[in-house]
Each structure stands twice: as C-alpha cells, then as structure tokens.
Write a protein that binds this ligand. Structure first.
Ligand SMILES: *Cc1c(COP(=O)(O)O)cnc(C)c1O
Length: 428
C-alpha cells in the first residue's frame, strides 16, 4: 500500500481483506496455532517457514498493525512491543550487550534515561550522554571503538528539544553504527526520521498513536538501510551464527531489510516476552485510523495555546518549537514543517504555589501524568514527577518550579484558552 499518501495509509495501511473477509482487522485472541504435522511446526521453529505458532513471538493482529506503522514510517520491517519502554530496550539490546557503549542525547524521556543510565549500565552497557544541540566535534568525541548505536528523540519528552537528525545520523554512520530515533511525539505524520538518515525508529504507541489513553504499547521499525555485514565485527549478533537457532546468521538469511526485526522477535521476544496483546493492537489500530486528522488538531491547539500564553503578563516563559522565538524553531521548520505536537511547556510567575493554584482552577485540563491524549491534561513537574528535587537541582535540570507541561487535546482552542484565562485570573 505504501504508494498511497500517508493519510490513506493511516486509515487502510497494513491490512487488505480478501473476498468475504472482515473489513476491520480481526482480533486473533489465541495464544497458539494448530498444525497438521510436527514437520510443519519444526520448519517454523527453524525459521525456515514463516507462520504463527505462539503469540509471544507473533500474532496476526499484531502483524497487521505493525505493518501499518511500518508503511507510515517508510520502513521494511516492524514489530509491536508491550510498551514504549520495551521498544527502546529491545531496539538497543538487539545490537548492544555487556562491554558495549552507546551515544545518547541527554534530552530524552525520564523513563528512557533511567533505562539507559541505570538498568542498562547494570547490564554492562555504558552510555555517553551528549547535549541535544551539541556541535559535530562534541558528538564525534563521544564515540568509542565499542560504540554500537546512537539514540535520540525527534521531539524530546518533556524538554521539547528538537533533534538534529541529519547531524546525528551523519555522526553515527561515520562511526559505522545506526541511529535509533524515538519518534513518539512527532509521529510519522509530522516527521519520518528515515528520510533524514535515521536507521531504526521506535515509538511509545501509548501516546498519539493510540491517542485516547486506553492502551500502553510500543513499536520498533527498521529502515532496512543499515548495512550490518559491512560492519560485521561490530554486530556479531546479526552477522555470525545464532546457536539458539541452529546456526542461522540473521543478516545473511533475512538481508538488510529483515535481519534486525527478525532477530529482535526470534531472540528478544522469545526470551524476554514483552508482547503487545492482540486486543491492545486492535485499540492501537483504531487510534492510527485517525492519527493524521488528530495530529493536525493537536498541533493547531498547541500553537494557539502557546501564542496566547506568550503574550500573557503572568507567564514568564513559553517553550513550543512552533513559536518563532523558540530556540528550536529553526530545527522544527526543517524537520517538522507540518507542526510538532500538542505539548506546550510554560513557566508561571510565582513558582510552585502559582502553578498549583493555576492547575487547581482549570476546568477542562485535568492534572495527569500523561501526554498526547484526546483530552487536555497538565502537570507541574516540581510538585509531581520531579518532586524530590531541590530548587537548585530543578534549576540545573532546566525545570523552573513554576513550569507547567500542558498536553493540548482535541477540544476547541477557544475553550482551552478561555479555561487557561480564567485559571490564570485566579492566580494571585
Ligand atoms: C512515554 C514515552 C516512552 C515510554 O513509553 P511507555 O509506553 O510509557 O512505556 C518512551 N519514549 C517517549 C518519548 C515517551 O513519551
């Protein structure tokens, strides 16, 4: 289907029913699949034939939805995972193991930062963090002989920095490793990182792709463009025989297009089992069917709210890359010409007390630890996610006590602004 426009792929990608088959993707609510002979089954276990045998490895519903996300990103293979955390862990762990090293933008989601800097460090994988807008020299200097991947987020959650994907891809490729980009906030509707040189894309589908706050999930997509065999010494997992599959060499058997996702499914999903349930994949697909329509409204509302806040006397600062004064405006114009996302962060004069008073008076926007939902929600990091930090630590992290992160939903912008206006009036 990939010859169609992205809007059409959101609606119809990944699944084309045959004569008399269900119009909507069927939920294959079965853990297992029946075979006539044990020889038939044996071929699946040897990866000689493709087919389903156990939902921990593959399920038709999940495959339809993964195929849609694959088409949306312009990749060659994709898989779903149980969460965005699992997607990022699998994408990295598929090519890095104990004794290896990663280069990572320091401006990433807190959960991913913990995963990489604490849990993966405990597994023997070291990481050098670089500033999101570092120079080529700083980036280049972060690499080591054992570096296996570079990681960043198109639009970082919650800092809203924009990654210079081309620069990061160039550095990664100069050192013979792939660039992995978490494209959760932008979604393929607003940015397709493969077009700028990224090799692997990950998603927390929990956010805009689902978009209704109903199902936690993740996805990994391969561009099929990274030549593993050309750097075979760095990627033995892909380029030398896998003893747990009778000596299959993934990069040879499945080629550049399929090796990464096949290994990730056959090895990591088999052993670590972080599968998305077929029911969740079905919900995710409902979200994807309207992703292009919803993203436009999220961006429009984010822009309207950001512009309103920028002129308000009780607001000290606004961060939204669609505002001409924003430090990431130029990068956003390049990578996100259609818009960024609906998340705006701003600082209310008067610190925590003012932020708390403001949020308490909001009637439409709810206080939630969530973003990218159809319903507008907001959070004051200083009194919630970053509560244990002192004012000095908050300042060092670039989070003023009065900062509010607001995720603009799909309501009418006039109502959102009126809600913000009345709540700001209540702040003394
Ligand atoms: C939420 C989020 C994650 C983690 O995803 P979960 O689905 O919550 O596990 C990873 N990356 C980004 C950018 C996110 O916003």
């Amino acid at each position: 289907m990939s010859k169609y426009d992205l809007d059409t792929l959101c609606v119809q990608g990944g699944y084309t029913p045959g004569n008399g088959e269900p119009r909507q993707i069927p939920i294959v609510q079965s853990t297992t699949f029946r075979y006539a002979t044990s020889e038939d089954m044996g071929k699946l276990f040897d990866l000689e034939a493709s087919g389903y045998f156990y939902t921990r490895l593959q399920n038709p519903t999940n495959d339809y939805v993964a195929a849609k996300i694959c088409e949306l990103e312009g990749g060659t293979a994709a898989m779903l995972t149980s969460s965005g955390q699992a997607a990022n862990f699998f994408a990295l762990f598929n090519i890095a193991c104990a004794g290896d090293h990663l280069v990572c933008s320091s401006s990433i989601y807190g959960g991913t930062f913990n995963l990489i800097s604490v849990t993966m460090a405990r597994m023997g994988i070291e990481t050098t963090f670089v500033r999101p807008d570092c120079t080529w020299e700083e980036l280049d200097a972060a690499f080591r002989p054992n570096t296996k991947a570079v990681f960043g987020e198109t639009i970082a959650n919650p800092a809203l920095t924009v990654l210079d994907i081309e620069l990061y891809a160039k550095a990664a490729h100069a050192h013979g490793v792939p660039l992995i980009v978490d494209n959760t906030f932008a979604t393929p509707v607003n940015c397709r990182p493969f077009e700028w040189g990224a090799d692997i894309v990950t998603h927390s589908t929990t956010k805009y792709m689902d978009g209704h706050g109903v199902a936690v999930g993740g996805a990994i997509v391969d561009s099929g463009r990274f030549d593993w065999m050309a750097h075979a010494d760095k990627f033995p997992g892909l380029c030398t025989p896998d003893d747990s599959y009778h000596g299959i060499t993934y990069a040879q058997r499945f080629g550049q297009e399929g090796a990464f996702i096949t290994k990730c499914t056959a090895q990591l999903m088999r052993d670590l089992g972080s599968i998305q349930s077929p029911q969740h994949a079905f919900y995710l697909n409902l979200g994807l069917e309207s992703l292009h329509v919803r993203m436009a409204r999220h961006c429009e509302n984010g822009q309207a709210v950001a512009e309103y806040l920028a002129k308000h006397p009780k607001i000290a600062a606004v961060r939204f890359c669609g505002l001409p004064g924003d430090p990431y405006y130029a990068l956003a114009q390049k990578y996100l010409p259609k818009g960024s996302c609906g998340v705006v962060s701003f600082e209310i004069k008067g610190g925590r007390e003012a932020a708390s008073a403001f949020m308490k008076h909001l009637k439409i926007a709810a206080i939630e630890t969530h973003v990218a939902d159809a319903r507008t929600c907001c959070l004051n990091p200083a009194t919630s996610t970053h509560r244990q930090m002192s004012d000095e630590q908050l300042a060092a992290a670039g989070i003023p006590p009065g900062m509010v992160r607001m995720s603009c939903g799909l309501e009418h912008a006039t109502d959102l602004i009126a809600d913000i206006e009345q709540a700001l009036k209540a702040v003394k």
